[in-house]
Design a protein around this ligand. Structure first.
Ligand SMILES: [Zn+2]
Length: 368
């Protein structure tokens, strides 16, 4: 079978071969797009549009070929180096494993490239990459090489996620941020309203493109909805963000559990409750319903689930008899006494501020 080859620069001096393309999306595709629509609350259902609607931004349909087949790109080293310090290092010989100077280059026309118009072109560099999404990579190359008329005005969230991975890896935010801002603005009205795989994608996209507002909103959803450390799918969020997230999530969970402990202690020492009968009734009901949470089960529960558990605590209906022997219901309840402290933790729990971790991100170096 003839290899796919995209000719971004007819006189290009870089031949990039993408091996085993389209491998990165397997984990989250099954999570997002195989689920029933209702599982992605608030997400745009049009996001999972078929590949036939993919941007046809170049000389061929990126995914029309066998997805395991190598894909080649004829590129310009100057454009790549100006747009990306990672490519710059690669092409200056910094990464010997990635760049090969061809001593006796074959003509591009013989490199299975039916699109190359200049048969005398001879690529000076050969670069290999693996697993990237072909469509997103082509999108990035069109932007870097100035083929902006081939760049669509709108992309779906999955493509934006793949694109963000590339931008993060090759560190080319500057040349892509105008397009990313347009795409994000068009997708933003359908931001998720609860934590789900699309909200995780949004965390990564907003991190890569420094959208502090979306990053804070989506991390707040994750802090409240995650049942454990953040499931990043395969999105390379830096560890400084993941550590901060988990620290904030666990400390907020502890604050909620502490609110229950404080309530229990208040009933024990009678600083809460009207009288002995009131404290006994509330304490008994609380102990009976909270033990399963306090003794371990909450570890695997999200903050949102724990809050709902507390809201669901029942107070038995009880009362006292007045002088005429009529029963009067006692109004104190666990909910009225406990939930103000729990709600305080809930409403004070905000998302992460990306700027707090930006310095560490800029200092990171790509792993090769
Ligand atoms: Zn009472």
């Amino acid at each position: 079978m003839q290899k796919q080859c995209f000719d971004l620069d007819p006189l290009g001096d870089v031949l990039l071969t993408l091996r085993c393309p389209n491998q990165l999306d397997l984990s989250w595709r099954s999570l997002i797009f195989a689920k029933p629509r209702k599982s992605a609350e608030g997400s745009d259902e049009s996001e999972s549009r078929p590949k036939s609607n993919a941007p046809t931004a170049s000389v061929d349909e990126p995914n029309a070929h066998d997805e395991t087949e190598d894909v080649q790109f004829l590129l310009s080293s100057r454009h790549l180096s100006l747009a990306s310090p990672v490519f710059g290092t690669m092409l200056s010989g910094g990464w010997k494993e990635s760049t090969v100077l061809i001593e006796r280059p074959r003509k591009i026309a013989r490199l299975e490239n039916s699109y190359t118009t200049n048969s005398e072109s001879q690529p000076r560099h050969q670069i290999t990459a693996t697993e990237w999404n072909t469509e997103a990579f082509l999108l990035l190359m069109n932007i870097i090489h100035g083929h902006h008329r081939k760049v669509p005005q709108k992309v779906d969230l999955e493509t934006l996620a793949h694109f963000s991975i590339l931008v993060d890896y090759y560190k080319c935010q500057e040349i892509t941020e105008v397009f990313a801002r347009i795409w994000i603005e068009k997708l933003a009205p359908s931001l998720p309203r609860s934590h789900c795989p699309p909200s995780m994608i949004w965390i990564f996209v907003s991190w890569v493109f420094s959208n502090a507002s979306i990053f804070e909103k989506m991390t707040e959803l994750a802090l409240k909805g995650s049942q454990g450390p953040l499931e990043t799918l395969c999105l390379p969020l830096p560890s400084v963000v993941l550590d901060a997230f988990e620290e904030k999530r666990t400390s907020s969970l502890q604050k909620m559990m502490h609110a229950v402990d404080e309530f229990r202690n208040g009933l024990l020492n009678s600083s809460i409750g009207c009288d002995l009968a009131c404290t006994c009734m509330l304490l008994g009901a609380l102990i009976k319903q909270s033990d399963r949470l306090i003794h371990g089960q909450h570890v695997q529960r999200s903050i949102k689930q724990v809050k709902l558990d507390f809201q669901g605590f029942e107070t038995p209906a009880w009362g006292s008899l007045d002088s005429r022997g009529r029963a009067t219901r006692h109004d104190c309840s666990i909910a009225s006494q406990l939930m103000p402290a729990v709600d305080k933790v809930w409403y004070n729990l905000k998302g992460l501020k990306s700027d707090d971790y930006r310095v560490q991100k800029e200092n990171e170096v790509p792993k090769v």
